[in-house]
Design a protein around this ligand. Structure first.
Ligand SMILES: NC(=O)c1ccc[n+]([C@@H]2O[C@H](COP(=O)([O-])OP(=O)(O)OC[C@H]3O[C@@H](n4cnc5c(N)ncnc54)[C@H](OP(=O)(O)O)[C@@H]3O)[C@@H](O)[C@H]2O)c1
Length: 224
């Protein structure tokens, strides 16, 4: 039975990812920061819950120890929006630091701690990124910290791909689309179910040779 971990799994895209991985017969280790949210409603013996704030190394280490010995798939999904400041003068740098910490640094921390488990049998690391991290696509500007955090996540991923390929670990950067969640808001045109179905298809086609690609949920390549 393949084993997966999904971070930030109590709501939104993370929760739907848990549901669809369970449908595909994975054992799923779902992590949540404080509340179990929708995870509490899933009754499945292959679902294991772990409390884990992705900013807290001790909690990440404890969760990995509980998962062992191996992991086939790590989904770094947990993420936060920024203050959507209207001007540069309005930027709150405490919020900037937290957005960078959660969206860019924590996925690297979680991946680092998962490496011994992933290297046991290869494995795939899926980074849920955003088209808003694309410099080539940044026409409207603003969303300073959120954009920069996803750009940094993309670069962290591109920079680690050669080293991880040697360990048989494949990396995948996916923009889920504009999805109706707490973050995406009520006007988003895509439901989590459709987005995650696409993400599952991307995972199924992923090979080690494709490592480091940056695509949307439908498989379209995106500009860096
Ligand atoms: N929705 C979109 O349109 C869209 C578009 C592009 C990319 N994305 C990306 O997709 C991912 C999921 O977003 P979503 O739309 O599902 O958002 P969401 O509904 O707001 O869910 C975000 C999840 O991240 C968790 N999280 C936040 N900070 C955390 C921390 N420090 N430790 C652990 N978990 C933490 C939240 O947990 P709590 O409940 O505890 O806060 C929640 O489970 C994010 O990386 C986001 O940037 C979303």
């Amino acid at each position: 039975m393949p084993t997966a971990m999904v971070t930030g799994a109590n709501r939104g895209i993370g929760l739907e990812t848990v549901r669809q991985l369970l449908d595909r017969d994975y054992e799923v280790h779902a992590t949540y920061r404080s509340g179990k949210g929708g995870l509490a409603d899933i009754d499945n013996p292959r679902l294991v819950l772990h409390q884990m704030d992705v900013r807290n190394t001790d909690e990440v280490v404890a969760a990995m120890e509980a998962v062992g010995p191996s992991l086939d798939l790590l989904v770094n999904n947990a993420g936060v929006a920024d203050g959507r400041w209207p001007t540069i003068e309005d930027i709150d740098f405490d919020i900037v630091s937290d957005v960078m910490e959660v969206n860019a640094i924590a996925p690297v921390r979680v991946t680092q701690q998962a490496l011994p488990l992933l290297a046991n049998g290869g494995g795939t690391v899926l980074m849920i990124t955003s088209l808003m991290g694309s410099i080539g696509d940044c026409a409207s500007g603003r969303s300073y910290a959120y954009r920069a955090s996803k750009t940094a996540l993309n670069m962290f991923t591109a920079a680690m791909k050669n080293e991880l390929r040697e360990q048989g670990i494949s990396l995948l950067l996916i923009h889920p689309g504009w999805v109706e969640t707490d973050m995406g808001g009520p006007n988003a045109p895509i439901q989590a179910e459709e987005s995650v179905s696409g993400i599952m298809a991307r995972l199924e086609e992923q090979t080690l040779e494709m490592t480091g690609r940056f695509v949307d949920y439908a498989g379209t390549s995106l500009p860096w």
